[in-house]
Design a protein around this ligand. Structure first.
Ligand code: DAK
Length: 258
């Protein structure tokens, strides 16, 4: 039996997806990206799940697109089959918060996958790089666009043009990632963080994620207008009523995700 290229599990309201091609450092091939897209979508529409965690192994989150598969492709192959767009972008459609939990290598497409998540929590062993230039390629899964938005042009150019790899402390300092923790506690801290976020109102989280992402797609005044409308819409939800009542009554809110 072939090994499952991803594994899924649940921990309360947290859906966990583990990339599982350890022999090739979780190199991203079609099977894996198809399975990842399906798992993300399944958790996204599951009302019992509030947050999705995406993790790799202790050695590698993912070492990038599968070079062995790509090595003989022609322009026609990738253009005609719509490589990347076809099955790498499911994550862009996910409405619930996605937390990348990164230990070890996050290179090329692996780094781009982490950049597509909403929060990146990294172990001290994590390494982030876009080394495609060494292969005569370039980052093609959003890296040239998301990285400068995350860390600015100077640092992004340095990483893309020189294949410079950042360790976790540098990535944290530059704003590429959200938090750094000890590797031994990475999983525990990721799941605690995910559980905490998943306890909040699911529709409020989805609206909030949409607002923050809108900051990258619009002018400031359009973005602020979008945010204002989303805030007004919260007043139509029972969770907002419950959250504010709970505060007034000095108790914990019991959100129903409505
Ligand atoms: N693909 C396939 N296999 C990989 C791999 C990868 N990206 N990375 C590692 N492996 C495999 C190795 O070949 C090796 O397999 P065996 O030889 O054991 O069969 C196994 O994983 C263990 O790797 P190493 O023996 O090399 O382990 P080391 O610790 O010595 O080195 C390393 C780890 C990560 C430094 C090294 O493996 C490495 O440099 N890997 C390649 C990293 C890389 O260049 N990543 C970027 C991939 S390119 C496009 C859009 C997007 C992209 C391309 C096109 N278009 C729209 C057209 C994206 C491209 C990329 O992501």
């Amino acid at each position: 039996m072939p090994e499952d290229v991803i594994l899924t599990a649940r921990d309360g309201r947290v859906g966990i997806i583990t990339l599982n091609r350890p022999k090739v450092l979780n190199a991203l091939n079609d099977d894996l990206m198809n399975a990842l897209g399906a798992a993300l979508t399944a958790f996204d529409v599951d009302e019992t799940i509030g947050v999705i965690v995406l993790e790799g192994s202790a050695r590698a989150f993912a070492a990038g697109a599968d070079i062995a598969v790509m090595a003989n492709w022609t322009y026609s192959d990738v253009y005609n089959s719509n490589f990347i767009t076809r099955n790498w972008e499911a994550i862009r459609q996910i409405r619930k918060p996605v937390i990348a939990s990164v230990a070890g290598l996050a290179l090329g497409g692996g780094c781009e996958l982490a950049l597509s998540c909403d929060i990146i929590i990294a172990g001290r062993s994590a390494k982030f790089g876009l080394p495609e230039i060494k292969l005569g390629l370039l980052p093609g899964a959003g890296g040239t666009q998301r990285l400068p938005r995350a860390i600015g042009k100077a640092k992004a150019m340095d990483m893309c043009l020189t294949a410079r790899v950042l360790d976790a402390a540098e990535a944290d300092r530059y704003g590429l990632i959200s938090r750094v923790v000890d590797d031994e506690t990475l999983r525990e801290q990721t799941l605690a963080l995910a559980a905490s976020v998943a306890s909040f109102s699911a529709p409020a989280l989805m609206a909030l994620k949409e607002c923050v992402n809108r900051a990258f797609e619009s002018t400031l005044s359009e973005g602020v207008l979008f945010e204002r409308r989303e805030l007004h819409a919260r007043f139509a939800t029972s969770d907002a009523r419950e959250g504010m009542q709970a505060f007034m009554q000095k108790r914990q809110p019991a959100f129903e995700h409505r």
